[in-house]
Design a protein around this ligand. Structure first.
Ligand code: AVJ
Ligand code: FE
Length: 436
């Protein structure tokens, strides 16, 4: 691949780790100490848990596994093992204090950068092309997205601010495009920092289908609500219907009706719901029901990836919709530069060859598919990253949100969650089969 030069990858690893830590520092220093140790929602860890967990994963993989160091604080491993303690229980644990957690993470980082300076970028699968360093930068960024979700759930005044996305001309293109049928290459075997579940590259047959050129907007979703979508079991799967009834769900999370208009709470501020922005904070059941109401369906994961990567001109899969270049600010809304999605139709430079926009960034997109291994999957470097989650409990989300950094977002990147989850930065687009 384009990035085979180990010194380029080493520079990229340093830069990715630094960018991730700057973000972590901001997310854990913009609130007072009590807000770091409090549990803002039973769905989330206290922020101070994420901070020490980030340091602990880095210690385990970069210092112990790669460099063979002894554990710095072996007694804390269990506290920060995500499988030992469910999120709801974490505030009760004897966690490191904010000062201790910061000091620990900084200590690990200093040593990790020393290791990185001289580490061989070949020899073992863990160090090949700097994989372990890329994996740890991605891990920290994934928790930075998790911490941003915690900030969104937190009550109280605004702690974070960011500029709004650049204004964009109204999108006047077609509402859907035809993706031709035929095989394409799904997944990757040569993206150096791709995680285990994205591998290996394999051929997938996809029948012709049509897919929305932009994510579904708040305005379009409001039409579903006003049409009684939440009161009509025809649009819902049996599980989805039972779930929204039991939990009295009748609008996206954080929305509230005020007379005839809809308001939403976003990072401590209440504002009118902007009609042209992609809808956010809907669960899979809501996305699936909207699509059925619209006479459409969610795209499968393979359809989504073909729409995002397939270049008919070259008959090949690209790294991103716009080509093989790493994401720049002109391509996609990533990295918490903005604390909201950009209006539907933004980022013309990030468009796919077939004319589909905002596949990368803005909102994670629910797909119809369960999270399953690709043919030839091998767990690496640990089963608890992906393998233990395979099965029909989790649905795949694709494309990344405004809250995830480019290092953890690719045309092949796979995210997954329970179909009831909606505190995540999730939206969707719809598709339909082409009549043949
Ligand atoms: C891939 C986002 C589902 O946050 O649970 C973080 C990423 N794995 N630490 C998650 C992850 C281990 C994971 N997701
Ligand atoms: Fe983690």
């Amino acid at each position: 691949a384009e990035t085979a030069d180990p010194e380029v990858l080493r520079e990229r690893a340093v830069a990715s780790l630094v960018v991730a830590r700057d973000r972590t520092t901001l997310l854990t220093s913009c609130v007072e100490e009590p807000d770091l140790t409090a549990q803002h929602s039973p769905l989330m860890s206290p922020l101070v848990w994420d901070l020490a967990h980030i340091g602990n994963q880095e210690e385990q993989w970069l210092l112990r596994a790669v460099a063979g160091h002894e554990a710095i604080r072996p007694e804390i491993d269990g506290l920060y093992d995500a499988f030992e303690h469910p999120r709801a229980e974490r505030p009760k644990l004897p966690l490191l204090s904010p000062v201790e957690a910061r000091t620990y993470a900084a200590d690990v980082r200093g040593r990790a950068l020393d290791v990185l300076e001289t580490a061989a970028f070949h020899g073992t699968r863990l160090t090949e092309a700097g994989f372990a360093f890329g994996m740890i930068a991605q891990h920290e960024q994934q928790h930075d997205e998790t911490m941003l979700i915690t900030h969104q759930l937190r009550r109280g005044p605004q702690a974070l601010t960011a500029p709004d996305p650049e204004p964009t001309p109204l999108f006047t293109g077609p509402s859907e495009v035809l993706v031709p049928g035929g095989p394409f290459t799904m997944g990757t075997s040569d993206e150096p920092w791709a995680l285990d579940n994205e591998r290996p590259a394999h051929r997938r047959e996809v029948a012709p289908f049509r897919i929305d050129t932009t994510p579904v907007t708040n305005g379009a979703y409001q039409a579903f609500i006003e049409d009684g979508g939440y009161d009509d079991p025809r649009w819902w799967t049996a599980d989805g219907w039972a779930h929204i009834r039991r939990n009295s769900i009748s609008a996206p999370l954080f929305w509230r009706r005020d007379g005839r208009q809809w308001l939403r709470r976003r990072f401590g501020v209440t504002e009118a719901v902007p009609p042209d922005e992609p809808v956010l904070h809907v669960c899979w059941y809501e996305a699936d029901a909207y699509a059925r109401w619209a006479g459409r369906r969610l795209p499968t994961e393979a359809e989504w990836e073909k729409a995002a990567r397939y270049d008919p001109a070259g008959d090949r899969s690209m790294r991103y919709p716009w080509g093989d270049a790493d994401p720049g600010p002109e391509h996609a809304n990533l990295g918490q530069r903005h604390l909201r999605p950009a209006p539907a139709g933004s980022y013309p430079a990030g468009e796919s060859p077939l004319g589909v926009r905002q596949l990368i960034g803005d909102v994670w997109e629910w797909t119809a598919s369960d999270f399953l291994p690709y043919p030839g999957f091998r767990a690496f470097p640990y089963k608890e990253y992906s393998e233990v989650f395979f099965g029909s409990d989790h649905k795949v989300l694709r494309g990344g949100s405004f809250a995830v950094d480019a290092v953890a977002c690719r045309g092949t990147f796979r995210n997954w969650d329970y179909p009831i989850r909606r505190q995540i930065f999730s939206g969707f687009r719809t598709a339909r089969s082409e009549d043949v």
